[in-house]
Each structure stands twice: as structure tokens, then as C-alpha cells.
Write a protein that binds this ligand. Structure first.
Ligand code: MN
Length: 313
């Protein structure tokens, strides 16, 4: 009798890294179930929704105390991530030197056809890995940078569309590169040709405030659509004004949400900065040296802006 394939579920982010995590997962569990989430706190909530799975993998979500508790409680849950963490857990693989998708094969094993997709995720997360070097050697650095950009722009076309994410993950899992998938190319073309990028950039330029070395995009009162290009357009506009760091802040239902990005040339570790600030304010936040995010009580948002402006000079 053949062995029954375990019933598996993946919970991951909806960005490029998450889509490639989904591709790697599907390589191992072709009929596995995938849930895309938009923010780390929803991972624990999604995981507690028991669908009778034998294995549940959470990918691209930091190893917070909340996730630690979840792993302790449920031996079926595994974590694959690349955000700096203070602690370890036997059910967690955390590798800060690569994308979450790059670290994922340690749970799933990697089909060689997926090296290309993993390289795109590593590139997206600004990690110079063996997968990136191998793909650059075989098809050229410019080509893989373009492939990564095509994939990144395509999902931003409609950030609500999880069906597209799943379909794309399946195509990548079968060994295709983004430029070989019709629906991906169509969306990339629409993003480029439709003038969305140019419009997003001009809106950000108009609203950008410069506070020393920090470019601030404050969308707490008025939040225009930036067509999914929010952080990309912000970094571009902040660089033009000579800023080394950029921050976007907007309000959600009961909190303020801030995204921080390095624009190059500075030496402040945004992940550490945000982690310390979040701890001091009893909330969750963190990230990488060049990219971090935090959700915080509304009254703390101005203090975050002031402290970051002071830290980056
Ligand atoms: Mn990631």
C-alpha cells in the first residue's frame, strides 16, 4: 500500500517572497492548501483555524513570542522565516541570509526546477545567495533582475487577488519564469503601460515631507491610491530628495501602520530600531536592516516619526 501524502497547509505573505514560498511548497505538496495573509499578526489567527492538517507551515513571518507559543502548543506547525529573531525553536528554520523562499527547502526539499524562482525571491529580499549567483551565471544578471521585477509588479496590479497568487505559484512550481507566464506578463504590462507607476511617483513627490535624512509620506489623513507602488515610489522619491531613509505611515481601523525603508547610504538598522520602539510601546514590529514595519497605537505615531528623524540625522 502506498503511503498517504500528508495533508498540508501553508500560511504565507502575499508579496513576491510569499508567492515563491507557495511555489516551493507546491513542489512538495501539489494538493496542499495555501492561505495568503497581509500582516504577520494574522498568521497566528489563520493557524488556529484547524482544518485537520497533518502539517502546517508558516512562512515569511517573524518568530515572535506569539508564534513561539503557537509552535510550543502544536507540534504540527513549522515556521520558515528570514527576519532576525532573538530565540530559536526546534520547529523553526530562520535564516537571515536569504529570502523565506530560499530557507523553505529545508522543510520541503527543493526541486531543481525551482532554483530560478528562489533566486528571484532572494534578489527581491536583497540577499546575494548561491541561487542568485547560479541564475546570474546561467542567464545574466539583467535578465533575472527583470524577471524579479516582472513578478513583483504583477501581483501589485490587484493586491486582493489571491487566485492570481496561487496560479502564479503553480506556474513557478512547474519551472516557469515570470516572463513565461501569460497572466503575469499581462499584469506587468498593465502596470508599466498604464502609467500607474508614473502617477504613483508624482503623487508621492507631491506629498513627501523631508525631515533631515528622512523622507516622510504621511497618509494618515488622506490616503490616495498608489496602485500598489507605495513603498517603491516612496524610496524613489525620497532618494531624489537626498534622503537615506523613507517612511510611510497610514491609519488602519484602530492603529497606525508604518513602513520604513532604507534608500541607500545610511548605517541605521531599521529592523532593530523598529523592534526596540515597538517593545517600548507594547506592540509588534521588526524587519530587516533595510526594510521594517510596525503597527502601533495612533498616539505613538508622531513619536516614531520624531525618533526616526533624529536617529537618521
Ligand atoms: Mn520575506
Amino acid at each position: 500500500m502506498g503511503k498517504r501524502l500528508p495533508k498540508a497547509r501553508l500560511i504565507t505573505r502575499g508579496n513576491l517572497d510569499g508567492i515563491v514560498c507557495a511555489a516551493v511548497f507546491l513542489g512538495r505538496y501539489p494538493s496542499g492548501e495555501i492561505t495568503f495573509i497581509s500582516s504577520p499578526p494574522s498568521a497566528a489567527e489563520a493557524a488556529s483555524n484547524d482544518g485537520g492538517h497533518d502539517v502546517i507551515i508558516i512562512a515569511d513571518v517573524p518568530l515572535t513570542p506569539e508564534i513561539m507559543a503557537l509552535l510550543d502548543k502544536d507540534p504540527r506547525i513549522m515556521l520558515v522565516d528570514h527576519h532576525p529573531a532573538c530565540e530559536c525553536h526546534p520547529q523553526a528554520v530562520v535564516d537571515v541570509s536569504m529570502s523565506a523562499a530560499g530557507a523553505a527547502p529545508r522543510h520541503f526539499g527543493l526541486l531543481s526546477s525551482l532554483t530560478g524562482a528562489v533566486a528571484l525571491a532572494d534578489l527581491y529580499e536583497r540577499s546575494e545567495t548561491a541561487a542568485v549567483a547560479w541564475m546570474a551565471a546561467t542567464m545574466g544578471r539583467e535578465r533575472i533582475e527583470l524577471e524579479s521585477r516582472i513578478l513583483d509588479f504583477s501581483w501589485r496590479y490587484n493586491i486582493e487577488d489571491d487566485g492570481f497568487r496561487l496560479e502564479t505559484a503553480r506556474a513557478l512550481s512547474a519551472g516557469s519564469l515570470p516572463s513565461e507566464v501569460g497572466s503575469v506578463v499581462d499584469r506587468y504590462q498593465a502596470m508599466i503601460g498604464g502609467d500607474r507607476w508614473a502617477r504613483a511617483l508624482s503623487k508621492v513627490r507631491e506629498k513627501l515631507q523631508v525631515r533631515g535624512g528622512l523622507g516622510l509620506l504621511d497618509l494618515r489623513r488622506d490616503r490616495p491610491s498608489l496602485y500598489g507602488f507605495g513603498s517603491l515610489a516612496l524610496v524613489e522619491a525620497a532618494r531624489e530628495r537626498g534622503c537615506r531613509y523613507a517612511m510611510l505611515v497610514h491609519d488602519s481601523r484602530d492603529a497606525s501602520v508604518a513602513s520604513l525603508r532604507a534608500c541607500g547610504g545610511g548605517n541605521v538598522d531599521l529592523g532593530l530600531f523598529v523592534r526596540d520602539f515597538a517593545r517600548a510601546h507594547g506592540t509588534d514590529g521588526g524587519g530587516h536592516p533595510g526594510s521594517a514595519g510596525v503597527r502601533l497605537p495612533r498616539q505613538a505615531a508622531d513619536r516614531l516619526i520624531d525618533e526616526l528623524a533624529a536617529a537618521v540625522g
